[in-house]
Design a protein. Structure first.
Length: 339
């Protein structure tokens, strides 16, 4: 009796094991993943997908990023508030398709253009999409941060090793009270110097006869010649050289086309100039020289001799071409960039 009982128990355990395997085969070899289940649109109130649309971005590239928002039909999504800076990324532009009802769900795609001057792996932070349920209850969905690898600029044979370095973070900060004292002293000294120079300048202008202002292109060409004769490139002061070159170009554009070029970014200046004012060739010169200047000043790019000569000649040719165009021309007093 005991032996038969043991045999029956063994048989029952075998049948139970086979039944469990059959149930597992009916369910499927791959178990249900909790992350996969949460990613289904019908179960999640809101879903945010972030995709980088540029393969192998480099330092200084304008990188397009698509942010796709999907929500259930009973959910109301609000416009996402993008800051001017997201982590290490500067947000240059934001375009949105607007919220549309497609495929039994609310959908919206935001197109971001971001930029980073740091080489290496940089994190694009999580984005927060706020929403409201049907009964008016607020909520938010936070996307996952993504890693974007930014490649450095290609190294030329003429470039020195290690010429492009990442920006260093500040190691320490002044205390607030010390910074306030320094700011107050600088403000008082600055006001006194400004008042003295203002008074001296008025006296000088009152004494000397008025001279008619010179044409803007004459002033710009004279400054370009002085820049070429300077020792800045020989001394390796590339940042100072390109600061002067871009300032000459901006002041000429401002005087020639009555556009506040000095206070504008490169992108704003290109958009402000109308096609009939600046031809395609000159528009390209303006964009290339100002972009090269930004890379030298902020990304610590060291240009070679050929690049500096080409940029200087391109600015000079552009000034000569635009100076010969017909139309009213504002004159420049000659103040501004100097070497």
């Amino acid at each position: 009796m005991k032996i038969s009982s043991v045999v029956c128990a063994v048989l029952l355990m075998g049948l139970a094991w086979q039944g469990a395997e059959a149930v597992q085969m009916e369910i499927g070899d791959a178990p249900v993943n909790s992350v996969t289940a949460l990613s289904k649109p019908q179960e999640l109130p809101v879903k945010v997908d972030v995709e980088v649309l540029l393969v192998s971005p480099r330092v200084g590239d304008e990188i397009p990023i698509a942010v796709r928002i999907t929500a259930r039909p009973d959910i109301t999504i609000e416009p996402m508030a993008y800051k001017k800076a997201l982590g290490d990324w500067d947000v240059l532009a934001v375009n949105s398709t607007g919220t549309q009802y497609v495929g039994n769900a609310w959908q919206r795609t935001d197109q971001l253009v971001v930029q980073n001057f740091l080489a290496g792996e940089a994190e694009f932070p999580a984005l927060i999409q706020k929403y409201k349920t049907k009964d008016g209850k607020p909520g938010e969905f936070r996307s996952l941060p993504i890693k974007i690898t930014v490649a450095p600029l290609p190294v030329k044979e003429s470039d020195k090793p290690g010429s492009i370095r990442g920006l260093k973070k500040p190691e320490g900060l002044f205390s607030w009270w010390l910074a306030g004292i320094i700011a107050g002293v600088c403000l008082v000294l600055g006001a006194g110097i400004w008042w003295y120079l203002r008074r001296t300048q008025r006296q000088l202008f009152a004494q000397r006869p008025k001279v008619p202002p010179r044409p803007a292109h004459s002033v710009a060409l004279e400054k370009l010649d002085a820049l070429q004769q300077s020792q800045l490139l020989i001394q390796g002061q590339f940042k100072v050289y390109y600061s002067v070159l871009s300032d000459i170009l901006r002041r000429y554009i401002e005087a020639r086309f009555q556009t506040p070029a000095i206070d504008m970014t490169t992108r704003e200046l290109i958009r402000a100039l109308k096609p009939q004012e600046l031809k395609t060739q000159d528009n390209a010169v303006l964009r290339n020289v100002l972009t090269q200047s930004d890379m030298v000043k902020f990304a610590k790019l060291i240009p070679n001799e050929k690049d500096t000569n080409n940029d200087w000649q391109a600015v000079r040719d552009m000034i000569i071409r635009t100076a010969e165009a017909s139309g009213p021309e504002k004159t420049d007093s000659g103040e501004g960039a100097g070497v």
